[in-house]
Design a protein around this ligand. Sequence first.
Ligand code: AMP
Length: 188
Amino acid sequence: MNLVIFGPPGAGKGTQAKRLVQDRGFVQLSTGDMLRAARKSGSELGKRVAGIMDRGELVSDDIVGELIAEQLEVHKDAPGFIFDGFPRTLAQAEALDKLLAERGQAVDRVIRLVVDEDALLERIAARFEAEGREDDNPETFKVRLDAYNRQTAPLLPFYKDKGVLTEVNGMAGIDAVAAMVAQVLDLD
Ligand code: AMP
């Protein structure tokens, strides 16, 4: 099972992905987490992406594509993958299709967490206060949201046409969203 958990920043993708890791043993592949880890380690890659991430813009398709390709190799025997925060552009979606096709696989399901933008701004302002993640500051968050709307949301018709897109109300509580996600996966 290859699942893409889809939605704007702050929609709860990471939270739901972690639930699926716990409940189903899937491997979560979060490009945001990988990039943050690269920065923390002080690697060349980390240095290259720092400014871009701090501005709330997207790093290059090649960089995240390579990170995902590496992790697919590392976790060859995983029962399933949850792609969290990837793909974010059409080029990334096409690269993912290619990587999976090489393994005789495909994106089986895309679950879109549908959230209200105003509520999202409030949610992230609270997360910024609580966790102090620098790119959650209101100004940068707006840039991230704009990147989502301009570069990532256009992927929705791409996945809809493939017949793999399901929408879930991301405004419900964490447990309620998890239950809806589980229901979708159990139907597959
Ligand atoms: P996230 O935690 O998924 O919101 O990602 C944090 C930041 O990492 C984003 O604002 C981007 O700068 C970068 N990033 C993460 N995933 C991607 C991706 N798939 N494509 C481009 N940039 C990404």
